[in-house]
Design a protein around this ligand. Structure first.
Ligand code: AHG
Ligand code: MN
Ligand code: MN
Length: 335
């Protein structure tokens, strides 16, 4: 019987990649599979959120002082359990945990990767049935194999990432990840419960007509930031018209930007003097991914975001990320 060639699953794809790189050990592929498995478990709960008793606040606040929803906790537990069971990860840092978690068993102690994550991003969207996501970032440890990992393994500049990606729980569920070589997008096929390669070799358009920023804070942004935003606001008929989008979930903004191009901005304002989004869990992984797709990301007027050495795990940072031409225009104006 002749079969139509079906699309590759995540596992099939990473194994095929291994064949092209004979020196590779397969550990990163294994780690991606473990993250993918946790994501599928989270996906099932996300889809049930409307009917299960899982909606709403869990009644606690996270280390950022924000209220934690039940799904945040569930996603955090699933990912940590999956990584603890994995033999490819020696430790994890999460937006939901104050400190790093070092896995003590022998296999974990002897594995070379650490993972940083935002287990559930955009959790304010859960109650209103709008997309949410998971973000992850993978580094090679600096501490010697065999020992417990330590904080320095996690505080590396984003340029040192080995891989990074996100899962978006949207109208379909997708897993998108970048390695140093490329960006690949997989869509969950619910009929077989596998992520299938749907967006090979993703490249972000050099420019577009979409800009994204929380305009509610417009008057609280610094003047030079307001001027940068003004680039995208048409004043006269006949000028180029930009479309404004703001979902309230970074994963969704980045996913749209990757596919359709555009710029996503989260400047500092008010009490968020260092910006609102987290350097290690949100901005570094997304900047790595965007650069690998041909786009750019800066932290303020000048600095490439990936060059920043984190001071602390939960540090925040302003970000301007997306199509290179649009990020450059903002950079010129802010400078
Ligand atoms: P989290 O749910 O992990 O706390 O992150 C939500 C973040 C981010 O994804 C989004 O861009 C931002 O919060 C939206 O915040 P505002 O509505 O205050 O702009
Ligand atoms: Mn988040
Ligand atoms: Mn979160």
């Amino acid at each position: 019987m002749k079969m139509n060639r079906r699309v590759l699953t995540l596992d099939e794809f990473t194994i095929q990649e291994l064949r092209n790189y004979p020196g590779a050990t397969g550990q990163l592929s294994g780690l991606l599979r473990d993250i993918g498995l946790a994501a599928k478990r989270v996906n099932v709960e996300v889809n049930k959120a409307g009917i299960a008793d899982i909606l709403g606040e869990a009644g606690k606040t996270n280390v950022q002082g924000e209220s934690v929803k039940k799904l945040d906790e569930f996603a955090n537990d699933q990912l940590i359990n999956s990584l603890a069971t994995s033999i490819y990860c020696c430790g994890v840092a999460s937006e939901e945990n104050e400190d790093i978690i070092c896995f003590e068993d022998e296999y974990s102690r002897n594995s070379k990767y650490v993972v940083l994550m935002d287990p559930l991003d955009g959790s304010g969207n859960i109650d209103v049935n709008v997309s949410i996501g998971t973000i992850f970032s993978i580094y090679r440890r600096l501490s010697p194999n065999g020992e417990l990992c330590n904080i320095d393994d996690f505080l590396q500049p984003g340029s040192q990432q080995i891989a990074a990606g996100y899962i978006i729980y949207g109208s379909s569920t997708m897993l998108v990840y970048a390695t140093r070589r490329s960006v690949q997008g997989f869509t969950l096929d619910p009929s077989i419960g596998e992520f299938c390669l749907s967006h090979p070799n993703l490249r972000v358009p050099e420019t577009s007509d979409i800009f994204s920023v929380n305009m509610g804070y417009y008057h609280l942004y610094e003047e030079k930031v307001r001027k940068a935003i003004d680039i995208f606001m048409a004043r006269n008929a006949g000028e180029k018209v930009y479309r404004h989008r703001f979902v309230g979930c970074m994963v969704s903004e980045i996913h749209r930007t990757l596919v359709q191009g555009g710029i996503f901005m989260y400047p500092a304002f008010g009490k968020y003097t260092e910006g609102r989004l987290r350097l290690c869990y949100e901005c570094n992984p997304m900047s790595f991914l965007m650069e690998k797709a041909g786009g750019s990301a800066i932290a303020d007027g000048e600095r490439r975001l990936l060059d920043i050495k984190p001071r602390e795990l939960h540090q925040r940072i302003p970000i301007y990320i997306g199509s290179t031409e649009m990020v450059s225009a903002v950079k010129e104006t802010i400078r």
